[in-house]
Design a protein around this ligand. Structure first.
Ligand SMILES: [Fe+2]
Length: 288
């Protein structure tokens, strides 16, 4: 029974999905339709969905092409959530600059999802931008300058950002320092689309440039990536399930404080981290 319907949320990316019952397993036609929409639109929003964690996990793994035929083997992990009121949540307070989770691991986190478990209003939104859209609209002079260049990404490069307004920004200090170097014109491993791949939270520097040259060029790229018309804002309501391609999109959030309305978001990552890796390394890799 394929009844999936989609409404675009912006010209470049994002779709609001209806017609999906959150019961497992989904039929083949529904799975095919959702995977196609996910590859095309990179961000799927389900409103007012009574989704439990196994359903959220199933959808997360299925959308990146993992086998979900054995429901008893779903990698359900019940420890990841973001909250400004409930104890044990990741990234409880602060503003988060644009980033992709685990950007310092190539292809490490392909999909993120958040479910609005307990949301009171007014709620702080999550912001998104599309890396491929940024590349496709990059002015020619900037494109010529970055073609062939690579950038090094690490867990937190916020301290590099002298020109960025950093008031209320949450900074994470990781015990183990990890980096990866990737082309700035980075080809998406699953869709093949070329993307502008750099962000203020995790991109440490552009390889081969001086610190000042690197910061100046990154500043120009950030001005383009985060121009106001490129940003899609998701306003949270209880029962929202938001799933996005963590390589195709970047996300951010405005400042969140304990005084704000209750905001608890249940999170999945796909592929799911193995149990032995689901400690601080991943719980610090916050989403919002
Ligand atoms: Fe995040």
């Amino acid at each position: 029974m394929g009844t999936v319907q989609a409404k675009n949320l912006s010209p470049a990316f994002g779709a609001e999905i209806s017609g999906v019952e959150p019961r497992l397993p989904l039929d083949a036609e529904t799975r095919t339709a959702l995977k196609k929409l996910f590859d095309e639109r990179s961000l799927l929003v389900f409103r007012n969905l009574d989704a439990d964690l196994p359903f959220q996990t199933y959808l997360s793994e299925m959308l990146i092409g993992n086998d979900v035929s054995d429901l008893d083997k779903l990698p359900v992990i019940d420890k990841f959530f973001v909250s400004n009121k409930e104890a044990g949540g990741a990234a409880p307070f602060g503003r988060l600059l644009f980033h992709s989770d685990l950007m310092w691991v190539e292809n490490g986190c392909q999909l993120l999802s958040l479910y609005g478990q307990r949301i009171e209003q007014p709620s702080i939104p999550t912001l998104f931008i599309d890396n491929a859209q940024a590349w496709n609209t990059l002015p020619e002079d900037l494109r010529v300058r970055v073609e062939g260049l690579s950038a090094a990404h690490c867990q937190d490069a916020t301290s590099q950002r002298s020109k960025t307004q950093l008031e209320n920004v949450l900074v994470s200090n990781f015990e183990v320092k990890e980096t990866v170097t990737l082309p700035i014109a980075y080809r998406h491993p699953r869709t093949g689309r070329t993307q502008l791949y750099a962000c203020p939270q995790m991109t440490h520097h552009i390889v081969g440039l001086s610190h000042q040259e690197s910061e100046d060029l990154l500043g120009e790229l950030f001005d383009h990536l985060y121009r106001p018309e490129a940003i899609l804002t998701h306003e949270w309501r209880e029962g929202d399930l938001v799933m996005w391609d963590n390589i195709a999109l970047q996300h951010a959030r405005p400042n969140v404080t304990a005084d704000n309305a209750l905001r608890t978001l249940r999170k999945t990552m796909a592929p799911a981290p193995r149990r032995e890796n689901s400690g601080p390394r991943y719980s610090q890799a916050v989403a919002m």
